[in-house]
Structure formats: C-alpha cells, structure tokens
Design a binder for this molecule. Structure first.
Ligand SMILES: [Zn+2]
Length: 312
C-alpha cells in the first residue's frame, strides 16, 4: 500500500508540493546486502541501489529530499565513507527528489542527457489518458552535473559501474545501471513488480522502448544475475523474462486489435487484456487493466504516427 501511495503521490500531486505534503516522519530506511559492496535501500519512493565501500558511496536513485538524512544514517551503519555519486535512472520525483540534498553535501549527480533536460523543464507526466499530471521544474541544485548520451562508467569500490541509456522506455531519459562484479543490474522503472507498469508516454516513454530495454538487458547479463526493479523486491532473470513476455504479449494483443479495426473503447469493453488482469492488476492497482490498455493503445498509435506503419 505504501508503494501505491508513493506512486499516487507523484502522479496526483506531483512536483515539490508532494514532498511537503507527504508525511515522511515514519519512514524507515531498510537496507539489504546484495553483494560484497552492493546494498538495496528501501524507504518511500523508488528503490535505491548503493555501492558502498572504502572509495565512497554511489547511489542509483535517491528517493525524497526529506529522507536524505535517514538514507545517510542507513549508509553510515555500513560504512563511514561519503556519498560521492548519484546516478538517476529517470526523472520522476520519487527517484530524484534527493538530488539537491546529496549534491549540496558534495555528491556528483550523473544521468542521461535527456533526463537533465526533463528535470530542468518539468512538464506533464502521463499515459495520454487517465493519468496526466504536471511535474514542477527541479531547482538548479538538483540537476545532474555530468550527463551522457549512450553510456558512462564509474570505477568505484572495485566495480565498473556502467550506466547505459535506453531511449524511450519508461520515460525518455532512462538509464539501466550494471554492476558486473556483483552480478546485478538496477533497472529503474523499466522493471517494476507492482503489476502492469506505468509508462510515461508524455515524458518520452514507449512500450516498444520498454520491451527493447528488457530484451537488451536479458541478452547482456548472466543467467544468475540479480535484477533490481524500480519498485518492489529484487528478482532474477526468470522474473524479468516473465515480465517481458507479458509486455510482448499484451502489445501483440493490442496491436492485433488495432489492425482488426477495434476501437480503444471496444478493447476495454471486450476485456482484451483480461487474461493478464489476475496477475498484473490486483485490486486497487495503480495501473489497472484499462489504464494499461490505454497506455499500449496510445503508445502504438504514437509510434504509427511517427513511423507510418504498425508496430509489429
Ligand atoms: Zn518512474
């Protein structure tokens, strides 16, 4: 439920107002060791993956500014070294709101070029249908100091931490972060475990990019790699494969219905994605079956508008 409230928070109130409205006083930061120098921190908002060691700390995402002290305290229980780097997986508030606090304390924030532009401008996040909210522009101190187009590697704690930009996936500026030595990969919200995923079409995301990113990750990691989602518990390659198959099959269902001339309203009336509801649209789901149908339809439509042909 907490996860759902966080997600609703970003989408309903959006921007800085939400962090102030949300009560963080009872949030505890739970840390789980995933490898010799690798930890998962979970509080409110998106997961934080942390490389912690003698060289310093690197965070993948940083949740909410008001939680920065508690995140630091959780890290201090592991190591005394400071947070030197933050890599943002995508611009959404529940993953980047701690940027200013960590940057102010000396960390260098790193992200894909497009993420910086989106944070700087703010804008509408949504699926082109029932989910559509404004996100405020971030303060200048929250913007990444180092950005990259394709990929960038940070060498820290004996690990080659590789951030790779996957275009037009969950948003327009997503990065996946690989920890080859720890045999783990942090996927941000390209991979989530709360049900059907939210895809921020307004913010540059697309179903085709989500699928392409998951396919690329699966071809690039060992069979026993740990896959860290943006929300929820870490999984393995089999979990990502199952999730990818759902994305591929639901896309195929909607693309087929579009080709057959069905309208979006008909697809929803006929429960086109009903076979996936039990697993991916639990009661009070953040993205229920209708919202996911909207998302796929709008994403494929936009793809056709750009490329003039059906998306597979
Ligand atoms: Zn997100």
């Amino acid at each position: 439920m907490r996860l759902r409230l966080d997600l609703m928070c970003i989408l309903l109130a959006a921007g800085g107002a939400c962090a102030q409205q949300q009560d963080f006083s009872k949030v505890e930061i739970k840390s789980t060791q995933l490898g010799e120098h690798l930890y998962l921190l979970q509080g409110a908002g998106g997961n934080i993956t942390a490389s912690v060691g003698a060289d310093g700390v690197l965070l993948v995402d940083d949740e909410f500014g008001p939680l920065a002290d508690r995140i630091r305290a959780a890290l201090k229980a592991i190591s005394d070294t400071p947070v030197r780097y933050v890599i943002d997986t995508h611009y959404h508030f529940d993953h980047t709101n701690g940027n200013a606090a960590f940057a102010q304390a000396g960390a260098t924030v790193i992200a894909a070029d497009e993420l910086r532009a989106r944070l700087a401008s703010g804008g509408t996040i949504g699926n082109g249908a029932t989910i559509s909210r404004e996100m405020q522009a971030a303060e200048p101190g929250a913007l990444p100091q180092i950005t990259f187009d394709h990929e960038l590697t940070v060498h820290l704690n004996g690990e080659d931490i590789r951030a790779v930009h996957y275009p037009h996936a969950h948003t327009g500026g997503d990065s996946v972060v690989y920890f080859p030595r720890a045999n783990a990969v942090a996927m941000g919200d390209i991979f989530v475990r709360y049900g059907f995923p939210f895809i921020d079409l307004n913010g540059g995301g697309s179903i085709n990019g989500m699928i392409a990113a998951c396919q690329t990750v699966l071809t690039g990691v060992p069979a026993d790699a740990r896959i860290i989602p943006g929300h929820g518990e870490p999984g393995g390659v089999a979990d990502l494969r199952t999730y990818l198959k759902m994305l591929e099959d639901t896309r195929a269902a909607v693309a087929g219905a579009m080709k057959a001339g069905r309208s979006l309203a008909q697809m929803k009336q006929e429960h086109l994605l009903g076979a996936w509801s039990a697993q991916y649209s639990p009661p009070k789901a953040f993205i229920d079956t209708d919202a996911f149908t909207d998302t796929l339809f709008n994403s494929l439509n936009a793809h056709e508008a750009r490329h003039g042909k059906p998306a597979r």
